[in-house]
Design a protein around this ligand. Structure first.
Ligand code: C5P
Length: 238
């Protein structure tokens, strides 16, 4: 994995079929070291799939967006830590006690995963956000920043953020928190925005302060995923 050590790229395995996800990982052998497993693939492929990836010395970003009582989330974080995942997500809206319980559970584990909080789902439009939060709601961008501060204060290692929010969060929170940024579209990518309105190119997202770039269809939806990765790595090489 020498060529990819320290790469900032995470490839999202958004395959509904675990066998197809495994084929994708094989096609990217030696080119990608970190993969995202989300709720669709995890619900179908289960912890065995995650264990298999980790046993192949790959890093797993477990994107299950935990949001529950503090004790339940602590138990889920401990289970994910036992699997050996590198990064995992939870919802900042679960509140400080939930996030602190997650932090404590991670710290008690042998290999603590890095905890990354989701603030406001980027799929939520401002008018939906206002309906969810109710009368007198903060503006969406203010809510993102307030939840991000709460997450960092509760001991989270970082945040999931759109590229458009990343610059503002970097400015507000400084250089330490990880910023994991999905919604990446290389300029040359043939794929349309497929449900993602707030996209950026890999270079734009890094300039905005991203630590990791989460790329799905721009890699997995192409005929030659490893060629797509090579183009992205060339674009983002320091
Ligand atoms: O669009 P693409 O296929 O690159 O998406 C990759 C991943 O980014 C998906 O797993 C999706 O869940 C995640 N994503 C996200 N927030 C967005 C858009 C996509 O977390 N606004």
């Amino acid at each position: 994995m020498d060529g990819v050590a320290g790469s900032r790229l995470i490839v999202a395995l958004d395959h509904p079929d675990p066998a197809a996800a495994r084929r994708c990982v094989e096609a990217l052998a030696g080119a990608v070291e970190r993969f995202k497993v989300g709720s669709v693939l995890f619900t179908r492929g289960g912890p065995d799939l995650v264990r298999d990836l980790i046993s192949e010395r790959l890093a797993v970003f477990l994107d299950l967006k935990f949001h529950d009582t503090p004790a339940t989330v602590a138990g889920a974080v401990a289970a994910a830590a036992d699997l050996g995942v590198d990064l995992l997500t939870l919802h900042a809206a679960g509140g400080p006690a939930m996030m602190e319980a997650a932090r404590n559970a991670a710290d008690r584990s042998e290999r603590p995963p890095r905890l990354v909080a989701v603030t406001v789902l980027t799929s939520l439009r401002p008018e939906d956000h206002a309906r969810v939060v109710g009368p007198g709601a903060r503006r969406l961008d203010e809510a993102v920043e307030a939840l991000a501060r709460m997450a960092v204060d509760a001991g989270m290692d970082g945040l999931v953020s759109s590229a458009l929010e990343a610059a503002r969060l970097r400015q507000a929170l400084g250089s330490t928190p990880l910023l994991v940024v999905p919604g990446i579209r290389p300029a040359w990518s043939a794929s349309d925005h497929g449900g993602q309105a707030r996209t950026a190119t890999p270079a734009e997202a890094l300039r905005a302060g991203a630590t990791y770039l989460v790329v799905g269809r721009a890699v997995t939806g192409t005929a030659d995923p490893s060629a797509a990765v090579a183009r992205i790595e060339a674009e983002i090489a320091p």
